[in-house]
Design a binder for this molecule. Structure first.
Ligand code: DAH
Length: 339
Protein backbone atom coordinates (compact mmCIF):
# COMPACT_ATOMS: atom_id res chain seq x y z
CA UNK A 1 0.00 0.00 0.00
CA UNK A 2 2.80 2.34 0.88
CA UNK A 3 4.27 1.88 -2.61
CA UNK A 4 0.94 2.57 -4.23
CA UNK A 5 0.62 5.77 -2.18
CA UNK A 6 4.06 7.02 -3.21
CA UNK A 7 3.26 6.19 -6.84
CA UNK A 8 0.08 8.21 -6.63
CA UNK A 9 1.86 11.05 -4.81
CA UNK A 10 4.27 11.19 -7.72
CA UNK A 11 1.44 11.11 -10.27
CA UNK A 12 -0.57 13.76 -8.48
CA UNK A 13 2.37 16.13 -8.27
CA UNK A 14 2.87 15.85 -12.06
CA UNK A 15 -0.75 15.93 -13.16
CA UNK A 16 -1.77 18.51 -15.66
CA UNK A 17 -4.84 19.30 -17.75
CA UNK A 18 -5.26 21.29 -20.93
CA UNK A 19 -8.85 22.15 -20.40
CA UNK A 20 -11.70 21.97 -17.94
CA UNK A 21 -12.87 18.59 -19.27
CA UNK A 22 -9.48 16.98 -18.73
CA UNK A 23 -9.37 18.47 -15.26
CA UNK A 24 -12.77 17.03 -14.43
CA UNK A 25 -11.54 13.61 -15.64
CA UNK A 26 -8.59 13.89 -13.23
CA UNK A 27 -10.87 14.81 -10.38
CA UNK A 28 -13.03 11.77 -11.08
CA UNK A 29 -9.98 9.55 -11.43
CA UNK A 30 -8.51 10.49 -8.06
CA UNK A 31 -11.09 12.08 -5.86
CA UNK A 32 -14.55 10.73 -6.73
CA UNK A 33 -16.16 8.08 -4.52
CA UNK A 34 -14.89 5.31 -6.75
CA UNK A 35 -11.61 7.07 -7.49
CA UNK A 36 -8.09 5.85 -6.72
CA UNK A 37 -7.69 7.66 -3.44
CA UNK A 38 -11.11 6.72 -2.10
CA UNK A 39 -10.44 3.08 -2.82
CA UNK A 40 -7.19 3.29 -0.85
CA UNK A 41 -9.18 4.74 2.04
CA UNK A 42 -11.52 1.76 1.71
CA UNK A 43 -8.58 -0.61 1.91
CA UNK A 44 -7.26 1.19 4.98
CA UNK A 45 -9.22 -1.11 7.28
CA UNK A 46 -6.98 -3.97 6.14
CA UNK A 47 -3.79 -2.22 7.15
CA UNK A 48 -2.01 -3.72 10.10
CA UNK A 49 -2.57 -1.81 13.34
CA UNK A 50 1.08 -0.85 13.83
CA UNK A 51 1.21 0.66 10.29
CA UNK A 52 -2.07 2.53 10.53
CA UNK A 53 -0.53 5.71 11.90
CA UNK A 54 2.12 6.00 9.19
CA UNK A 55 -0.08 4.92 6.26
CA UNK A 56 -2.99 7.04 7.52
CA UNK A 57 -0.70 10.09 7.52
CA UNK A 58 0.50 9.34 4.00
CA UNK A 59 -3.04 8.80 2.76
CA UNK A 60 -4.16 12.10 4.18
CA UNK A 61 -1.17 13.82 2.61
CA UNK A 62 -2.06 12.27 -0.75
CA UNK A 63 -5.68 13.37 -0.54
CA UNK A 64 -4.73 16.93 0.47
CA UNK A 65 -2.15 17.21 -2.33
CA UNK A 66 -4.60 15.95 -4.96
CA UNK A 67 -7.39 18.22 -3.74
CA UNK A 68 -5.10 21.24 -3.66
CA UNK A 69 -3.59 20.58 -7.06
CA UNK A 70 -6.99 20.18 -8.68
CA UNK A 71 -8.33 23.31 -6.98
CA UNK A 72 -5.26 25.20 -8.17
CA UNK A 73 -5.76 24.11 -11.78
CA UNK A 74 -9.48 24.91 -11.59
CA UNK A 75 -8.66 28.43 -10.40
CA UNK A 76 -6.36 28.85 -13.40
CA UNK A 77 -9.05 27.72 -15.85
CA UNK A 78 -11.65 29.96 -14.20
CA UNK A 79 -9.36 32.95 -14.50
CA UNK A 80 -8.73 32.17 -18.18
CA UNK A 81 -12.45 31.86 -18.81
CA UNK A 82 -13.20 35.16 -17.05
CA UNK A 83 -10.60 36.82 -19.25
CA UNK A 84 -12.14 35.34 -22.40
CA UNK A 85 -15.61 36.50 -21.33
CA UNK A 86 -14.52 40.07 -20.60
CA UNK A 87 -15.34 42.67 -23.29
CA UNK A 88 -12.49 43.23 -25.70
CA UNK A 89 -11.74 46.89 -25.43
CA UNK A 90 -9.27 46.76 -28.30
CA UNK A 91 -11.92 45.59 -30.80
CA UNK A 92 -12.85 48.03 -33.59
CA UNK A 93 -16.27 49.36 -32.68
CA UNK A 94 -19.29 48.82 -34.90
CA UNK A 95 -19.55 51.80 -37.23
CA UNK A 96 -22.23 54.18 -35.99
CA UNK A 97 -24.59 55.53 -38.64
CA UNK A 98 -23.98 59.25 -38.41
CA UNK A 99 -26.77 61.53 -39.48
CA UNK A 100 -26.24 64.48 -41.75
CA UNK A 101 -26.96 68.12 -41.31
CA UNK A 102 -29.61 69.49 -43.62
CA UNK A 103 -28.03 71.45 -46.48
CA UNK A 104 -30.04 74.53 -45.52
CA UNK A 105 -28.67 74.28 -41.98
CA UNK A 106 -25.15 73.91 -43.31
CA UNK A 107 -25.48 77.06 -45.38
CA UNK A 108 -27.29 79.00 -42.66
CA UNK A 109 -24.51 78.06 -40.20
CA UNK A 110 -21.90 79.22 -42.67
CA UNK A 111 -23.67 82.56 -43.21
CA UNK A 112 -23.95 83.04 -39.45
CA UNK A 113 -20.31 82.13 -39.01
CA UNK A 114 -19.14 84.62 -41.65
CA UNK A 115 -21.10 87.53 -40.20
CA UNK A 116 -20.25 86.63 -36.61
CA UNK A 117 -16.63 87.27 -37.51
CA UNK A 118 -17.48 90.93 -38.12
CA UNK A 119 -19.41 91.36 -34.91
CA UNK A 120 -22.96 90.21 -35.69
CA UNK A 121 -24.86 88.27 -33.06
CA UNK A 122 -28.02 86.20 -33.47
CA UNK A 123 -31.55 87.43 -32.84
CA UNK A 124 -34.65 85.36 -33.31
CA UNK A 125 -38.34 86.07 -33.43
CA UNK A 126 -41.62 84.16 -33.75
CA UNK A 127 -42.89 82.66 -37.00
CA UNK A 128 -46.47 83.47 -36.01
CA UNK A 129 -46.47 87.25 -35.95
CA UNK A 130 -48.75 90.25 -35.79
CA UNK A 131 -49.31 92.71 -38.58
CA UNK A 132 -47.39 95.47 -36.82
CA UNK A 133 -44.03 93.69 -36.67
CA UNK A 134 -44.24 92.25 -40.19
CA UNK A 135 -45.73 95.22 -42.04
CA UNK A 136 -46.73 98.40 -40.20
CA UNK A 137 -43.49 99.00 -38.32
CA UNK A 138 -41.62 98.38 -41.55
CA UNK A 139 -43.42 101.13 -43.40
CA UNK A 140 -45.68 98.98 -45.60
CA UNK A 141 -48.59 101.15 -46.74
CA UNK A 142 -52.05 99.80 -45.81
CA UNK A 143 -52.85 98.82 -49.38
CA UNK A 144 -49.56 97.02 -50.03
CA UNK A 145 -50.13 93.74 -51.93
CA UNK A 146 -48.11 91.71 -49.34
CA UNK A 147 -50.96 92.43 -46.91
CA UNK A 148 -53.27 90.56 -49.24
CA UNK A 149 -54.46 87.04 -48.39
CA UNK A 150 -53.09 85.92 -51.74
CA UNK A 151 -49.54 86.56 -50.59
CA UNK A 152 -49.71 86.08 -46.85
CA UNK A 153 -51.07 83.25 -44.71
CA UNK A 154 -53.37 84.83 -42.17
CA UNK A 155 -54.29 82.95 -39.03
CA UNK A 156 -56.86 85.48 -37.84
CA UNK A 157 -58.06 88.86 -39.15
CA UNK A 158 -58.69 91.86 -36.92
CA UNK A 159 -56.51 91.52 -35.06
CA UNK A 160 -54.27 90.30 -37.85
CA UNK A 161 -52.20 87.31 -36.84
CA UNK A 162 -50.17 85.81 -39.64
CA UNK A 163 -47.20 83.70 -40.61
CA UNK A 164 -44.28 86.06 -41.16
CA UNK A 165 -43.49 86.61 -44.82
CA UNK A 166 -39.95 87.74 -44.14
CA UNK A 167 -37.40 87.78 -41.34
CA UNK A 168 -37.45 91.60 -41.45
CA UNK A 169 -40.09 91.23 -38.72
CA UNK A 170 -37.24 90.39 -36.33
CA UNK A 171 -35.76 93.84 -37.11
CA UNK A 172 -38.83 95.50 -35.64
CA UNK A 173 -38.69 93.20 -32.60
CA UNK A 174 -35.02 93.94 -31.93
CA UNK A 175 -35.32 97.70 -32.50
CA UNK A 176 -38.30 98.01 -30.15
CA UNK A 177 -36.54 96.07 -27.42
CA UNK A 178 -33.06 97.60 -27.47
CA UNK A 179 -31.25 100.79 -28.32
CA UNK A 180 -28.27 101.04 -30.72
CA UNK A 181 -25.62 99.93 -31.26
CA UNK A 182 -27.49 96.99 -32.76
CA UNK A 183 -25.70 94.46 -34.92
CA UNK A 184 -27.80 91.34 -35.41
CA UNK A 185 -28.37 88.49 -37.79
CA UNK A 186 -31.82 86.95 -37.83
CA UNK A 187 -32.07 83.55 -39.46
CA UNK A 188 -35.42 81.85 -39.78
CA UNK A 189 -38.26 80.33 -41.73
CA UNK A 190 -40.76 82.46 -43.61
CA UNK A 191 -44.06 81.68 -45.32
CA UNK A 192 -45.76 82.90 -48.46
CA UNK A 193 -48.93 81.82 -50.13
CA UNK A 194 -47.33 80.51 -53.31
CA UNK A 195 -48.06 77.51 -55.50
CA UNK A 196 -45.36 74.90 -54.93
CA UNK A 197 -43.07 74.24 -57.89
CA UNK A 198 -39.40 73.55 -58.46
CA UNK A 199 -38.69 77.26 -58.04
CA UNK A 200 -41.18 78.39 -55.41
CA UNK A 201 -42.40 77.04 -52.11
CA UNK A 202 -44.89 78.12 -49.49
CA UNK A 203 -42.12 78.24 -46.94
CA UNK A 204 -38.44 79.00 -47.23
CA UNK A 205 -35.59 80.47 -45.21
CA UNK A 206 -34.00 83.86 -44.89
CA UNK A 207 -31.22 85.50 -42.97
CA UNK A 208 -31.78 89.12 -42.11
CA UNK A 209 -28.97 91.47 -41.15
CA UNK A 210 -29.35 94.74 -39.27
CA UNK A 211 -26.72 97.22 -38.16
CA UNK A 212 -27.75 100.44 -36.40
CA UNK A 213 -25.31 102.89 -34.86
CA UNK A 214 -24.09 106.46 -35.23
CA UNK A 215 -22.71 107.35 -38.69
CA UNK A 216 -23.46 104.11 -40.49
CA UNK A 217 -23.29 104.65 -44.23
CA UNK A 218 -24.03 102.85 -47.46
CA UNK A 219 -20.28 102.29 -47.84
CA UNK A 220 -20.33 100.21 -44.63
CA UNK A 221 -23.14 98.12 -46.08
CA UNK A 222 -21.27 97.59 -49.31
CA UNK A 223 -18.07 96.53 -47.55
CA UNK A 224 -19.89 94.07 -45.29
CA UNK A 225 -21.63 92.51 -48.29
CA UNK A 226 -18.48 92.33 -50.39
CA UNK A 227 -16.72 90.61 -47.49
CA UNK A 228 -19.61 88.16 -47.19
CA UNK A 229 -19.67 87.36 -50.93
CA UNK A 230 -15.93 86.65 -50.99
CA UNK A 231 -16.04 84.50 -47.85
CA UNK A 232 -19.01 82.53 -49.09
CA UNK A 233 -18.16 82.10 -52.77
CA UNK A 234 -14.43 82.71 -53.00
CA UNK A 235 -11.97 85.58 -53.31
CA UNK A 236 -12.62 86.04 -57.04
CA UNK A 237 -16.30 86.87 -56.45
CA UNK A 238 -17.52 90.28 -57.55
CA UNK A 239 -20.63 92.09 -56.43
CA UNK A 240 -23.00 94.48 -58.19
CA UNK A 241 -25.64 96.66 -56.51
CA UNK A 242 -28.73 97.65 -58.48
CA UNK A 243 -31.18 100.31 -57.26
CA UNK A 244 -34.41 98.76 -56.02
CA UNK A 245 -37.33 99.44 -53.76
CA UNK A 246 -38.35 98.11 -50.34
CA UNK A 247 -40.73 99.99 -48.05
CA UNK A 248 -38.35 99.71 -45.09
CA UNK A 249 -35.10 100.90 -46.68
CA UNK A 250 -34.15 104.09 -48.46
CA UNK A 251 -32.16 103.93 -50.63
CA UNK A 252 -32.68 100.25 -51.44
CA UNK A 253 -30.70 97.91 -53.61
CA UNK A 254 -30.53 94.37 -54.82
CA UNK A 255 -27.19 92.69 -54.86
CA UNK A 256 -25.90 90.33 -57.53
CA UNK A 257 -22.75 88.28 -57.36
CA UNK A 258 -20.72 87.19 -60.36
CA UNK A 259 -22.15 83.78 -61.24
CA UNK A 260 -20.02 81.25 -59.36
CA UNK A 261 -21.18 78.45 -61.62
CA UNK A 262 -19.77 79.83 -64.88
CA UNK A 263 -17.41 82.34 -63.30
CA UNK A 264 -19.28 85.20 -64.99
CA UNK A 265 -19.01 83.81 -68.52
CA UNK A 266 -22.74 83.24 -68.84
CA UNK A 267 -24.62 79.98 -68.31
CA UNK A 268 -28.15 78.65 -67.91
CA UNK A 269 -28.12 79.35 -64.17
CA UNK A 270 -27.39 83.06 -64.59
CA UNK A 271 -29.47 83.22 -67.78
CA UNK A 272 -26.32 84.16 -69.67
CA UNK A 273 -25.92 87.42 -67.77
CA UNK A 274 -22.93 86.36 -65.67
CA UNK A 275 -24.68 87.68 -62.54
CA UNK A 276 -27.05 86.17 -60.00
CA UNK A 277 -29.15 88.04 -57.52
CA UNK A 278 -28.68 86.94 -53.92
CA UNK A 279 -30.13 89.56 -51.63
CA UNK A 280 -32.01 92.78 -50.99
CA UNK A 281 -30.58 95.56 -48.87
CA UNK A 282 -30.54 99.24 -48.09
CA UNK A 283 -30.31 101.97 -45.47
CA UNK A 284 -33.02 101.56 -42.85
CA UNK A 285 -35.73 104.11 -43.58
CA UNK A 286 -35.81 106.79 -40.83
CA UNK A 287 -39.58 106.19 -40.59
CA UNK A 288 -38.84 102.61 -39.50
CA UNK A 289 -36.33 103.76 -36.88
CA UNK A 290 -38.87 106.23 -35.50
CA UNK A 291 -41.71 103.67 -35.50
CA UNK A 292 -39.50 101.41 -33.39
CA UNK A 293 -38.47 104.14 -30.94
CA UNK A 294 -34.97 104.92 -32.26
CA UNK A 295 -33.96 108.54 -32.83
CA UNK A 296 -33.32 108.81 -36.57
CA UNK A 297 -31.47 112.11 -36.13
CA UNK A 298 -28.83 110.37 -34.03
CA UNK A 299 -28.72 106.93 -35.56
CA UNK A 300 -28.65 105.41 -38.99
CA UNK A 301 -28.19 101.87 -40.17
CA UNK A 302 -28.34 99.30 -42.88
CA UNK A 303 -30.29 96.12 -43.38
CA UNK A 304 -30.14 93.22 -45.76
CA UNK A 305 -32.09 90.05 -46.31
CA UNK A 306 -30.93 86.97 -48.16
CA UNK A 307 -32.57 83.72 -49.13
CA UNK A 308 -30.88 80.62 -47.75
CA UNK A 309 -32.31 78.36 -50.50
CA UNK A 310 -30.83 80.63 -53.15
CA UNK A 311 -27.36 80.53 -51.61
CA UNK A 312 -27.64 76.76 -51.16
CA UNK A 313 -28.55 76.39 -54.85
CA UNK A 314 -25.47 78.31 -55.79
CA UNK A 315 -23.23 76.33 -53.46
CA UNK A 316 -24.60 72.85 -54.01
CA UNK A 317 -26.53 73.19 -57.32
CA UNK A 318 -29.81 71.91 -56.00
CA UNK A 319 -32.12 72.49 -58.94
CA UNK A 320 -35.47 71.70 -57.36
CA UNK A 321 -36.49 73.63 -54.24
CA UNK A 322 -38.84 70.86 -53.23
CA UNK A 323 -35.88 68.60 -52.45
CA UNK A 324 -35.28 70.65 -49.32
CA UNK A 325 -38.51 69.60 -47.67
CA UNK A 326 -39.11 66.10 -48.96
CA UNK A 327 -36.86 64.33 -46.47
CA UNK A 328 -35.49 62.01 -49.11
CA UNK A 329 -32.54 60.24 -47.50
CA UNK A 330 -30.88 59.73 -50.89
CA UNK A 331 -30.69 63.51 -51.23
CA UNK A 332 -29.81 64.29 -47.61
CA UNK A 333 -27.12 61.59 -47.44
CA UNK A 334 -25.08 63.44 -50.03
CA UNK A 335 -24.23 66.10 -47.47
CA UNK A 336 -22.47 63.61 -45.20
CA UNK A 337 -19.02 64.89 -45.99
CA UNK A 338 -19.97 68.50 -45.39
CA UNK A 339 -19.40 69.62 -41.80
N1 DAH B 1 -37.53 91.33 -46.55
C1 DAH B 1 -37.18 91.27 -47.95
C2 DAH B 1 -37.86 90.12 -48.64
O1 DAH B 1 -38.37 89.27 -48.00
C3 DAH B 1 -35.69 91.12 -48.12
C4 DAH B 1 -34.99 92.35 -47.69
C5 DAH B 1 -34.69 93.34 -48.57
C6 DAH B 1 -34.57 92.48 -46.37
C7 DAH B 1 -34.03 94.46 -48.20
C8 DAH B 1 -33.89 93.61 -45.99
C9 DAH B 1 -33.63 94.61 -46.91
O2 DAH B 1 -33.49 93.82 -44.76
O3 DAH B 1 -32.97 95.74 -46.52
O4 DAH B 1 -37.89 90.07 -49.82
Amino acid sequence: MKDRISELLEEVSKMSAENADQLEALRIKYLSKKGEISSLFNDFKNVAAEQKREIGGLLNELKTKATERIAEMKAEFDAQQAKADAPDVTRTPDPIEVGTRHPLSLVKNEIVDIFSRIGFSIAEGPEVEDDWHVFSALNFPPEHPARDMQDTFFITREPDVLLRTHTSSVQSRVMTSQQPPIRVLCPGRVYRNEAISYRAHCFFHQVEGLYIDKNISFADLKQALLYFAKEMFGEQTQIRLRPSYFPFTEPSAEMDISCNICGGEGCAFCKNTGWVEILGCGMVDPAVLEACGIDSKVYSGYAFGLGVERITNLKYRVKDLRMFSENDVRFLDQFKSAF
